[in-house]
Design a protein around this ligand. Structure first.
Ligand code: NPQ
Ligand code: MG
Length: 368
C-alpha cells in the first residue's frame, strides 16, 4: 500500500427525531470523515465524537484539530493501520481522533488486499442481531408508543436511556406493557453517584439484561461497590477506553459486561483486543453505537460479527436515525442486519450525499 493523501470531510445529517440522553439532546448528526487515498484504492473512516464534550471529553472540532496537528503528521507513504496505532501510542488519549484515522487506513489496506474488515477481524457471523437505543421521551405514553414501534420493526432488544427522576417507573411501565420476554436494558450515561445504590436496587425487580454506565467514567471504585449492591449486571461504556481499562475493570469486578465501541478505544485493533480478552474470560460483550452513519455502522457490523459478541448491540438500521444515510442504507431483516462481506468496510459515501458535504482539508503524505 502506498498512502498518498488524507482528506477531511465535514457535514451533517438530520436525525429522524431528537435523541435525548442524560447529557443532552441532539437533532442532527454533525460529522467528520477521514478519507485515506492510496495509489490503487481509498478508504473511509467516521469520527464518533459529538459537537460537545458531554458523552466524553472528546468533541468534533477538537478531533479535527488533533487529526490535523498530531496524527496526520505521523503518517508516511508506507504507513499501515498497525504502524499508525503503534506510532500514535505516544499521544495520550484522543481515542476518537485516532480511531477515525485508523479505520480509514484499515479500509484502504484491506481493499488493496482484496479482503473484508469482517474477515480480517475474525468474524464468525454473517448477520448480527440488532438492538435499539431509545432516548428519553417527554411522556411515558410517548415512550410506550416509540418502544412499540421499534418492537414491531423487529428489534430484538430495547435499551432505555435513564436519568435520576425518570428511571424506575419508566422501566416498570415498559416491562408491564411489553412483557417479561422482552430483552431490556438501561443506560444512565454516568448520571448517578454511588450514593444512589439503594435507589438503583429497585431495578432488580425487572430482570434487566444490564445497567450501562450508571456512574461517572472515572468512578471504578463506585462501580465495584454498586456491582455488589445490586443484582442487575453492571456494564461499562464510557469507563472503558482501552484494553488496560477493560482488564482493570474486570479484575476489580467493577462490571460483568462490556460495551465495546471502537471509537471510544482508539480503533478496531484495540476493540478486537478487548473482545479477545473478554472471550477468554467468558465476559459477554456487545457493540455500542454513537449515532454512526453508514461508514461507521458498516465497520461496527464487522466487529459485532466476532464470536464474543453474544449480546445484541446498538447497531440499528440506518432508518432508526437517518431518513437518508451517507451510504446505501443498512436495513433490518427479521431483527438482524447483514455484515458487509465485500472489500474493506464494504461501503463508501454515495456521491450524491457527499455532494452535500465539504472537503475541509487535504494533506499530502510524505514519501518513504
Ligand atoms: C451510548 N449511544 O451508548 C451512546 C450515547 C450517545 C446509541 O445510546 C452524538 C454523538 C450524540 C454521540 C448521543 C447510544 C450521541 C452520542 C448518545 C452518543 O451511551
Ligand atoms: Mg452508553
Amino acid at each position: 500500500m502506498t498512502l498518498q493523501a488524507i482528506e477531511l470531510w465535514r457535514g451533517a445529517i438530520d436525525l429522524v427525531s431528537p435523541f435525548r440522553t442524560s447529557f443532552g439532546t441532539d437533532t442532527a448528526r454533525e460529522l467528520l470523515y477521514v478519507h485515506a487515498i492510496g495509489d490503487k484504492n481509498s478508504g473511509w473512516g467516521e469520527c464518533v465524537a459529538g459537537v460537545e464534550p458531554n458523552y466524553s471529553s472528546e468533541y468534533l472540532e477538537n478531533c479535527q484539530e488533533v487529526v490535523k496537528r498530531f496524527l496526520v503528521p505521523m503518517l508516511r507513504s508506507d504507513s499501515t493501520a498497525q504502524s499508525f496505532v503503534a506510532s500514535v501510542a505516544s499521544i495520550r488519549g484522543n481515542y476518537m481522533s485516532k480511531a477515525c484515522v485508523e479505520v480509514a487506513l484499515l479500509d484502504l489496506q484491506l481493499r488493496d488486499q482484496n479482503t473484508s474488515l469482517a474477515k480480517f477481524l475474525g468474524a464468525t457471523q454473517t448477520k448480527v442481531r440488532s438492538g435499539v437505543s431509545v432516548g428519553i421521551q417527554n411522556t411515558l405514553d410517548d415512550l410506550i408508543r416509540v418502544v412499540g414501534e421499534y418492537i414491531a420493526q423487529g428489534y430484538v432488544r430495547v435499551k432505555l436511556k435513564i436519568e435520576p427522576g425518570t428511571d424506575i417507573e419508566l422501566v416498570r411501565t415498559v416491562r408491564k406493557e411489553f412483557g417479561d420476554d422482552l430483552l431490556l436494558q438501561v443506560d444512565a450515561n454516568a448520571a448517578y453517584t454511588v450514593a444512589d445504590a439503594k435507589h438503583l436496587q429497585q431495578l432488580d425487580a425487572f430482570n434487566l439484561l444490564l445497567i450501562e454506565q450508571p456512574l461517572p467514567e472515572d468512578d471504578l471504585a463506585g462501580h465495584v461497590e454498586l456491582s455488589r449492591a445490586i443484582k442487575t449486571p453492571v456494564c461499562l461504556d464510557e469507563s472503558v477506553t482501552s484494553l488496560d481499562t477493560a482488564r482493570g475493570a474486570l479484575d476489580l469486578k467493577a462490571c460483568s459486561v462490556i460495551n465495546i465501541k471502537p471509537g471510544r478505544v482508539g480503533g478496531y485493533l484495540e476493540a478486537k483486543k478487548i473482545h479477545d480478552l473478554c472471550l477468554d474470560r467468558g465476559v459477554p460483550v456487545w457493540c455500542g453505537g454513537m449515532l454512526e452513519t453508514g461508514i461507521g455502522r458498516a465497520a461496527n457490523l464487522a466487529l459485532a460479527a466476532l464470536p464474543g459478541f453474544t449480546l445484541p448491540g446498538d447497531i440499528s438500521a440506518s432508518a432508526r436515525y437517518f431518513a437518508r444515510d451517507i451510504t446505501t442504507p443498512f436495513v433490518l431483516d427479521q431483527g438482524q442486519i447483514a455484515v458487509p462481506n465485500t472489500v474493506g468496510i464494504g461501503v463508501a459515501p454515495l456521491p450524491e450525499m457527499l455532494a452535500g458535504f465539504k472537503k475541509v482539508a487535504t494533506f499530502e503524505v510524505a514519501k518513504r
